[in-house]
Ligand binder design. Structure first.
Ligand code: GRF
Length: 203
């Protein structure tokens, strides 16, 4: 199975996925990486791994619709089974989301449904939570609102330092994203017609 990864920046999650692939643990092949920012370091990671790396700067398009249409063209050239959002910092149009319904995953740094949107770590700490973490979920029209596939929990210490928290969450992103992708590519995890994420037993 073929995977296309969308990024906007550093691409450490992309790296975790490339590493899993190199160890035959991804269950498929990353055939292209697309970034809406030409200077994203993740594009370099893709090239270094011998993967097609495409820059598609959103500023060159007049509207979200025009950008998303161009993005679909680039992605669908590769006939992917799965689209993986890995730090892709663009809000997608409903048409784009619908086009890839049931075959697009995102990683979000919170225990969804808590803390959708930006600045999740700051908000969690400000609320004095004892647990924080990361979720991988199917992408639906609701931003960070799609059904969760897998989560990892991080304990928040008293007087927790924010940078240490961010680092702990990041490490767990790298751990669980390749697992979620493998489950999907093996056909074990699906988005049901009722809009729930379902996980089958190991065959
Ligand atoms: C991660 O924190 C992810 O949860 C969020 O964007 C960040 C991407 O980091 N959606 P990286 O580019 O994979 O290093």
């Amino acid at each position: 199975p073929r995977v296309v990864v969308l990024i906007s920046g550093n691409g450490s999650n992309l790296q975790a996925l490339l590493d899993a692939q190199a160890h035959d643990e991804l269950g498929g092949d990353i055939v292209a990486v697309v970034s809406n920012k030409a200077d994203a370091y993740g594009l370099r990671r893709a090239k270094d791994a011998g993967v097609d790396a495409v820059a598609l700067p959103h500023r060159e398009y007049d509207s979200r619709e025009a950008f998303d249409a161009a993005l679909i063209k680039v992605i669908d050239r590769h006939e992917p089974h799965l689209i993986v959002l890995a730090g892709f910092m663009r809000i997608l149009t409903p048409g784009f989301v619908d086009h890839y319904r049931g075959r697009m995953l995102n990683v979000h740094p919170s225990l969804l449904p808590a803390y959708q949107g930006l600045h999740t770590h700051q908000r969690a700490l400000a609320d004095g939570v004892e647990e924080h973490g990361v979720s991988v979920h199917f992408v639906t029209e609701e931003l960070d609102g799609g059904p969760v596939v897998i989560q990892a929990v991080v304990n928040v210490e008293p007087n927790q330092d924010i940078d240490a928290l961010i680092e702990k969450v990041h490490a767990r992103e790298h751990l669980i994203y390749p697992i979620a992708v493998r489950w999907f590519l093996e056909g074990r995890v699906k988005l049901s017609p009722q809009g729930k994420a379902t996980l089958d037993d190991i065959p």
